[in-house]
Design a protein around this ligand. Structure first.
Ligand code: M6R
Length: 357
């Protein structure tokens, strides 16, 4: 039940710090080491390439997962939109492992791929919030998200839970493979959880920013580079699905290849910068759009902030920044939708789980 909350979405955004703590608890043994089922460990060890299959927000979490799996576990990883993979299957590696990312475990587009790859005899791991779901039952292995029921159509806590579980999977695989582990993941996830708490306490400020930057606009752009680009795609999806503002996420460097033509006086641009190596370049992109009249809201991370930034995130480990940078974007979408009197939890034309192809 949503209790005193006006909407499930707001409650679920607020639950994210607890969900991260739950995940740490569930995936930790008594010696504070990561704990994963041995069959999953073996499957990860055997795989020469991972194919993540997902839709919507889960696809965006998969993009973050790719970076984690490649950087931590050194396994080449591809992320595919389920509905595309079905009709245009890429050349597969010799020993692929398929990961189905799905909050509900019922998404028909993903299931169609699962059926196909099982016919071909490939192993499948489902990462889901619903252990008895179709994708969980039909895959060889399951990892649970432990996020608790997600009721709002707009997915929030499942996104961050998926990223946290993928980080655990990647770190555990690195350990199993005898690789040097670059991150004390349990500690860093605990830091993320506290940072999320700080962010969910900033609702008033974010509500004010939503009113200032997204009052009557018909469109909005999200830009970022590298890991921040992945988050800008998810920020845009959140905003468009519940507020009906046409929103797109772009890689900062791609602006000049077309999108900048759309920037005019007052166009809202939300720029995310949490990585030192791209901070300079994304700020260059900000200058380009400011020069064309854009109204730019910059979300930066502590240590990289400048006076012009509207919102500064607490510092977390470089590989985990999407877990915190998404929180103000979720809240921004929530308040923008609220100001437009939209049905936040049940946006038009959408279902919580899409069980048709
Ligand atoms: O249950 P799933 O994770 O498989 O669902 C996938 C998408 O339908 C879902 O993420 C959708 O994009 C959300 N409404 C986004 O907020």
């Amino acid at each position: 039940e949503k209790g005193t909350y006006p909407h499930y979405m707001l409650k679920e955004i607020d639950e994210q710090p607890i969900v991260i703590r739950n995940i740490i608890k569930e995936y930790q043994d008594e010696n504070n080491e990561l704990k994963l089922n041995n069959d999953i460990r073996n499957a990860m060890k055997k795989a020469d390439r991972i194919y993540i299959i997902a839709a919507g927000t889960s696809y965006h979490a998969g993009l973050v997962g790719k970076e984690l799996l490649e950087k931590l576990a050194s396994i080449p990883t591809e992320v595919h939109v389920a509905s595309e993979f079905s009709y245009n299957m890429p050349l597969l590696s010799e020993k692929p492992l398929f990961i189905f990312l799905s909050q509900s475990g019922e998404t028909a587009d993903s299931r169609a791929v699962l059926v196909k790859i099982k016919e071909l005899g490939y192993p499948a791991l489902t990462i889901t919030n619903v252990p008895g779901s179709t994708l969980s039952r039909e895959a060889d292995y399951t990892l649970q998200l432990y996020a608790g029921p997600e009721i709002a159509v707009a997915s929030t806590k499942a996104y961050t839970a998926q990223i946290a579980v993928l980080a655990i999977l990647a770190t555990d695989t690195a350990a199993v493979k005898g690789k040097e582990i670059e991150i004390d993941l349990i500690k860093e996830l605990a830091i993320v959880s506290s940072a999320m708490e700080v962010l969910t306490d900033e609702k008033e400020e974010i509500e004010r920013l939503a009113a200032e930057y997204l009052p009557t606009t018909r469109n909005a752009f999200f830009i970022g580079r590298s890991g921040d680009y992945n988050v800008s795609l998810e920020g845009a999806l959140k905003l468009k699905e519940i507020s009906y503002i046409q929103a797109e996420g772009f890689a900062g460097g791609e602006l000049k290849h077309g999108t900048i033509a759309l920037i005019e006086e007052g166009t809202p641009v939300i720029a995310v910068t949490t990585h030192e190596n791209v901070n300079y370049s994304i700020r260059g992109n900000v200058q380009e759009v400011v020069a064309r009249g854009a109204n730019v809201l910059i979300v930066s991370m502590k240590g990289l902030e400048e006076d012009t930034d509207a919102f500064v995130l607490p510092k977390v480990h470089e590989l985990l920044t999407p877990l915190v940078s998404i929180v103000p974007l979720q809240l921004l979408a929530y308040y923008a939708a609220l100001h437009r009197d939209c049905d936040v939890d049940k946006p038009r034309n959408l279902a919580k789980s899409v069980t048709v192809e």
